[in-house]
Design a protein around this ligand. Structure first.
Ligand SMILES: [Zn+2]
Length: 439
């Protein structure tokens, strides 16, 4: 239960792709945290006992939805030893043990609190070391912790030696093993399944390796069938056309990162009979890649192979986004938080990069992060818009985010399920921010 709320005289930024603004609106919220009215202020009677926030001169938009997050670290450069395949098994065993899990629970609580304090009210995790995000999700649902809505994945599924394996992955090469992994994760309470369809930038062994197909289409199909039976969507890390095509054919619901898309792939996105709902969506993530492209290797610690691969993947991702816009493929937003240089408070930067590097209008970027992401993740009845019947997941800013996206860096308040955070605060890493400010 939360206290009934009325936000008066607000300019509502609806989050549609055209950038519609509604002037001088009053939003009322009941004690269950649902929006009950959005109407011109003069027509609304503020309920007795409601807390009133005068939003004259302020902008109110739907809470941001981060469709691609990891929560195991804070975004400062990861220690290379953690990604070293030679110690990977030890790292994975430690992280899934009692001490590692306790440590990860602390990290996860901090991470979701930081995202919430910068306006992110829904987070899908897509690759966790263990089931710590499921645990934090439970704490939030039971009201023990004020946090965003979580859609946890648990560990992703990868082939032996594949992307994310074994630190944040369950490993399997045959149909029975991957089926067992999906069932185990579902029984542990995950509400998303993530797989590595192709290799990635960080583990590339040679130039051009990053988008190489890894998981077989047959195994991906087994995973999708198991997940879909439980009503759970499947996300695939996929960075090359062949891997994307195989993943979509197998029934994957969201392609993470992406690449240039051929005509047959475009058709599969828009009409995908094997997916849960008949369509698939694209979730690009620019922020994790851009530092590797822009910064000196002495700063990023990346080797030459990783840098060249990052440049290739970044161009491919931009190509995929442009095609998605042209061809009306559902386009979402994710940050790849917790990876090196991707902090939990910098979600606004992903929108900024989508605008400046990929050519989205500010309205399209905000739409991707709100209404479109809600539809993509299947929570459009619950959140993603400032409309009666949806949860009061809102961000109040001093400037119009459509003309000044950086205003989301320091919201005046954040509302999650009707609970108001009045003075959102986060711990920042000034050195890291200065580096990214140069891009
Ligand atoms: Zn990721």
């Amino acid at each position: 239960m939360s206290r009934p709320l009325a936000i008066t005289h607000a300019t509502v930024v609806t989050g549609d792709a055209r950038g519609t603004l509604l002037e001088d609106r009053t939003i009322t919220v009941d004690d269950s945290g649902l929006i009950t009215t959005v109407a011109p202020t003069a027509q609304v009677e503020v309920p007795v006992g409601a807390r009133v926030i005068d939003a004259t001169g302020r902008f109110v938009q739907p809470g941001l939805i981060n469709a691609h997050a990891h929560l195991f670290s804070d975004g400062k450069p990861l220690k290379p030893v953690l990604a070293d395949p030679r110690v990977g098994t030890l790292v994975a065993r430690f992280l899934r043990g009692p001490i590692g899990q306790r440590w990860l629970l602390g990290k996860t609580r901090n991470a979701v609190e930081t995202q919430l304090n910068t306006g992110v009210t829904t987070i899908r995790s897509v690759g966790d070391p263990g089931y710590e995000v499921v645990q934090v999700d439970r704490e939030i649902r039971e009201g023990r912790l004020l946090g965003p809505r979580l859609i946890p994945s648990g560990p992703l599924l990868a082939i032996p030696g594949g992307h994310g394996a074994p630190q944040i992955a369950l490993i399997g090469a045959d149909a029975d093993t991957v089926r067992k992994h999906v069932r185990r994760s579902l029984s542990r309470g995950v509400r998303a399944i993530k797989i590595s369809a192709t290799a990635g930038v960080t583990d590339a062994k040679e130039v051009g390796y990053a988008g190489r197909p890894e998981m077989t289409e047959a195994n991906m199909r087994v995973i999708c069938e198991e997940a879909h039976q439980a009503g759970v969507l499947v996300a695939a890390h996929a960075q090359g056309a062949d891997g994307i095509r195989a993943a979509l054919r197998a029934g994957v619901d969201t392609i993470e990162h992406g690449a240039n898309l051929t005509d047959d792939i475009i058709d599969l996105f828009k009409n995908n009979p094997s997916s849960l709902r008949g369509f698939s969506a694209l979730i690009p993530t620019l922020m994790a890649c851009l530092p590797l492209v822009k910064l000196d290797r002495a700063i990023t610690g990346a080797n030459e192979v990783a840098k060249v691969n990052a440049e290739m993947i970044f161009e491919e991702m931009l190509g995929g986004i442009r095609i998605a816009l042209e061809c009306d493929i559902l386009l979402g937003m994710g940050t790849d938080s917790a990876l090196t240089f991707v902090t939990h408070y910098n979600t606004w930067r992903e929108l900024d990069f989508l605008i400046r590097y990929a050519g989205l209008t500010p309205a399209q970027a905000l739409h991707a992060a709100t209404q479109a992401n809600a539809r993509i993740l299947g929570v459009e009845d619950v959140t993603g818009a400032v409309e009666p019947g949806r949860a009061a997941d809102l961000v109040v800013t001093s400037a119009n985010p459509l003309t000044d996206i950086r205003t989301l860096d320091h919201p005046i308040s954040v509302v999650v399920r009707g609970h108001v955070i009045d003075h959102p605060k986060v711990e920042r890493f000034a050195e890291l921010d200065q580096l990214i400010d140069q891009f």
